[in-house]
Design a protein around this ligand. Sequence first.
Ligand code: SAM
Length: 473
Amino acid sequence: MKFHVLTLFPEMIMQGLGTSIIGRAASAGTISLDAVNIRDYSMDKHKKVDDYTYGGGAGMLMQAQPVFDAWKAVCKGQKVRCVYLTPQGTPFTQQIAQDLAKEEELIFLCGHYEGIDERVLEEIVTDYVSIGDYVLTGGELPAMVMIDAISRLVPGVLNNESSAETESFQGNLLEYPQYSRPEVWHDKQVPEVLLSGDHNKIRQWRLEQSVERTKQRRPDLFQRYERNLKCIEQLKKDKLSHIEMIEVIRRGKARLIYFKKDGVLLQDIESGYFMATATNEQGAEQIVNSLKEEMSDAAKAPSYIVAHQDFLKELIAFEFDYDVLMECKQAVYTRKEVLPIKKVVADKYQFRNLTLEELPIVSEIYSYGDEESMKERIQKKALFGLYQEDSLCGFIGIHPDGSLGMLEVMPEYRRNGIGSLLECYLINYALKQGWTPFGQVDVTNLASWKLQEKLGLCLSKNSLWWLEKKSSK
Ligand code: SAM
């Protein structure tokens, strides 16, 4: 992830973000940070960047020209999202951090004095973000706040990869209380359950604490949490068919757009995909109306929409610029135990994340994905290869929506049990994250059907349909 900050005070950014976790990530090259001095782009002989506001009023305003030229020098004709930090923007949340963390490059524009000439903002800004309802003297602190929150979500920045997923806000719940040594401090004992070594009990206790804490401190978040729970209950009436929607909610990545008895429409924040299910045609109509609102700005239309009923899929394909791509069934691993992988087999092969060096070969062999999307998966460390010595025997991955898939075995290694080994590995990996492992199988892919059954996955009775945006082909 590359961060560019357009500012009048570059040293403030570099000093503020140069230490601790973010500083280390920048030194290690996991993220890159460059602060661009807007003043360097001033055409004024005294390097002036501000002037009085037309119409009068207190204070000075940053002029358009130096800001525009600094921006142009940074984005070099590429389309890069440009965030203007302003008290007039959308309040910054974990959800926005997650959305921005998907980008490869971001520009932050920091205002000063009374702000920036409106005309340049109109031309270059894609997102207006505020860090709270108060006014600061400049955009540097807000930019640093945002860069810190976004960086933590970039794979490799935190040592403990899963910690970003368990923290406050990730699933609309605040984090539970935590304790470290000593066991007794000021006569206060660490809760006994935490010393029990029983991980199920500890997980349960932490959830209860999180729920209680959220209820007391953030009733607004608690309301959302309760609504999500109710939605999961409704979707669970056909759990296998709706597993991808349930998982998106459980993993704290769902934006619930429509939820009534007659249907559910949500957006997976990570992939941007819409997922919809309806119990009748009235529900389908409601979902289509919500989708119309969501996609009134064409730029907000995601590459894919998932529909759970035949009539819903027809209606969406009729109303929007989407084609039906494929019909799938869900394959769900419903047990909690990890799948056994024999030690002799494990010793013979090694699993590791795929690298960009392997991109040409994997995108050639995987017929469902284009090179751009495979690249994104490799960069997100969501594609895993199985190697014998140094040769790649096959690979498998996690799709942006969290389903397992992209399984391919290299022709010379086929019929060796490598497909099932790869799937076992990924199922175990998913269990370790606390997920319910699931994949979606194209109804025409009989080989995959057989493999899922052999590994003991449960197949859904009902189908779901993937709709693809016409222009994204
Ligand atoms: N006149 C501006 C207004 O009322 O919207 C406020 C200007 S403020 C004094 C100067 C700069 O600080 C802004 O251009 C913005 O970049 C930054 N700033 C101030 N408060 C902020 C906040 N709550 N969130 C994000 N940026 C903020």
